[in-house]
Design a protein around this ligand. Sequence first.
Ligand code: DGY
Length: 330
Amino acid sequence: MSKPHVFVARLIPEEGLAMLRDVVALDVWEDELPPPRQVILEKVRTVDGIISLLTDKMDAEVMDANPRLRVISNYAVGFDNVDIPAATARGIPVGNTPGVLTDTTADLAFTLLMASARRIQESIDYVRAGKWKTWGPKLLTGQDIHGATLGIIGFGRIGQEMARRANGFRMRVLYYDLNRNVEAEKALSATLVDLDTLLRESDFVSVHTNLTDATRHLLDARAFAKMKRTAIVINTARGPIVDPNDLYDALKSGRIGGAALDVTEPEPIPLDSPLLTLPNCLIVPHIASASVATRAKMAQMAAANLIAGVRGQRLPTCVNPEVYARGIRQ
Ligand code: DGY
């Protein structure tokens, strides 16, 4: 029997590719940039499964390009690039990579919190520009992290790990989520509050929710108007949860104190974005899960989902398990 054919939309770590080589006929897109839409539409025509990235839009047109496409394995925990209802309606299971990147992502979120609170980017620029003349009582003074209030929007796996890190700094932890998690509240000394209270009382507001219609531009001018003037916004979730124009206005006018973004709208951030001109806005290029070990584990999970999918078996981590009751593509 011939091997199933699969398309891998970027050069993922070898740990995942090694799992695939014996089992499937591999076609890997090796460019740094994502495959253009037209390429995806062409490639998908001849494959049984695909490993997609968050940069690849997996919509009904892609799914309909090949009635034999049996699985979409997304190399990410987030899956807003995949039209899940369309996949389910067509009997296509969609996989993702939850769990393995939780700690690594929370590490980066806390790094951003600390770096923006203590003005690390400005300090580095100051030294490199030769401005460091002496010790100064008011030189580059920032905000204390210990004892401050952290507001976590979205108290899932990553939000909870953010709380755990905050506990180590003796921070007060508030969270806002549609679901109360009493066990995690107790374990992490966190308090559920409504969004307005969180915005009003937090020194740091960190976003850890999925991007949905309900969370798109959740942090906009109205939200910033409720925050402390010193508040710092951290986003390691998805760019469009924060309105970039409103964020610029809030930062520029001093309505809030700062922002630290791992994700932006759009990505990559255009070089002429006014956000890049602000000293109180720190931006890194969507690297929250980017540790060598975590990216390797993500590759293994994506490969495991893909292999199960092309074999018609249940995906180990499936975003739309309801697809199995409906019946999967054969
Ligand atoms: C994800 O997994 O959703 C991140 O954004 C990239 O690791």
